[in-house]
Design a protein around this ligand. Structure first.
Ligand code: FES
Length: 332
């Protein structure tokens, strides 16, 4: 099957689309933050203007374009596919402020034990209400009015219909207790969000360092998948620090990425105890190992209680604080 080169204006971003995919879906899968709402031809938010090339209708749309819009070449990217190389003019999403706050009644699509104490929950949103978010953001998930929790989204923004979260079983965390004991496929979960500014700098060419502490891997996974979709060529170091009695529960997934991509190196690291002191010692080793005299973008997801220590270390090692982003989570 032929694929066609699609160029976005004014950014100059490029991706390939097959005639079976909508121009929107192909762009999202290539890691670009294209505007959209329903993915079903109803809202008009995916409007773009065809500057050059041929497109074909893929599905019916209820959204009505004016004659003037049609004459100027406007069309809906979710309802059309490429029929030749083409150039599209559209507004790409550049920051979290351009993503609307959403309330979505989703269902549990799949539950998977990633470890004895870590559950992956894949959610399914209604077909016309995909969750729009940027890689690295959080959502609040509510099982009922008393059981709610803020979680990093673990999946790539290219599939807003099936966002994924990871839940670690903890004694003091009623949400996690419920998930492990009672949650089942098809149960209703209310999603609110997205929140947070811990997102990838899409246009940076700097070397990438991702550091996850324990289930902080969820948000790092989303960033990693986004960086891979964007076909980033710079080297990527992926560190996963695990506490005693834990494992890097997606180690095979990380290894398969490392095997498939020459620019990704995976370092699973264990610490003797879940203390600030042990975390500090392993972080020092990472900073020393990565000190190659070049500029990097660092992303760390860690327990909130380790934030000050990490900021102080970044300072002490003379790293550019502006290029190191931290995201903290609470341990109950
Ligand atoms: S995303 Fe709603 S019409 Fe295309």
């Amino acid at each position: 099957m032929p694929t066609f080169k699609v160029t976005l204006l004014p950014s100059g971003h490029r991706y390939f689309a097959s005639p079976k995919q909508s121009l929107l879906q192909a762009g999202l899968e290539s890691g670009f933050n294209l505007p959209y709402g329903c993915e079903g031809g109803n809202c008009g938010e995916c409007l773009a203007r065809l500057e050059y090339g041929e497109i074909q209708s893929l599905r019916h749309s209820d959204f009505v374009l004016s004659e003037s819009q049609k004459n100027k070449g406007y069309f809906l990217t979710c309802c059309h596919t490429a029929f030749s190389d083409c150039q599209l003019e559209l507004h790409e999403i550049h920051g979290v402020n351009e993503i609307p706050q959403q309330n979505i009644e989703a269902r549990v699509y799949k539950l998977e034990n990633l470890a004895h104490d870590v559950m992956s929950i894949s959610l399914k949103t209604p077909r016309t209400q995909p969750l729009r978010f940027l890689a690295g953001q959080h959502i609040t998930v509510a099982l009922n009015k008393d059981l709610r929790s803020k979680r990093s989204i673990a999946s790539c923004p290219c599939d807003g219909l099936k966002p994924e979260i990871h839940v670690k079983l903890r004694k003091q965390d009623a949400f996690s207790q419920y998930v492990f004991k009672h949650l089942k496929r098809n149960d209703r979960i209310l999603i609110q969000g997205p929140m947070g500014e811990f997102i990838l700098d899409d246009d940076s060419q700097r070397r990438l360092i991702f550091i996850a502490y324990d289930t902080g891997f969820a948000g790092i996974k989303s960033l990693l998948e986004h960086a891979i979709a964007l076909e980033k060529e710079q080297s990527i170091s992926l560190y996963w620090i695990v506490t005693p009695h834990s494992t890097p529960y997606l180690e095979n997934y990380c290894r398969s990425i490392e095997d498939a991509l020459d620019n990704v190196t995976f370092y699973p690291l264990s610490i003797k105890e879940a203390s600030e002191k042990c975390f500090e010692s392993v972080l020092k080793k990472i900073f020393k190992q990565e000190d190659q005299g070049d500029e990097v973008d660092g992303y760390i997801i860690l327990p909130e209680s380790f934030r000050s220590l990490t900021l102080a270390l970044i300072n002490r090692y003379g790293l550019d604080g502006q290029r190191w982003r931290l995201d903290g989570y609470q341990i109950l």
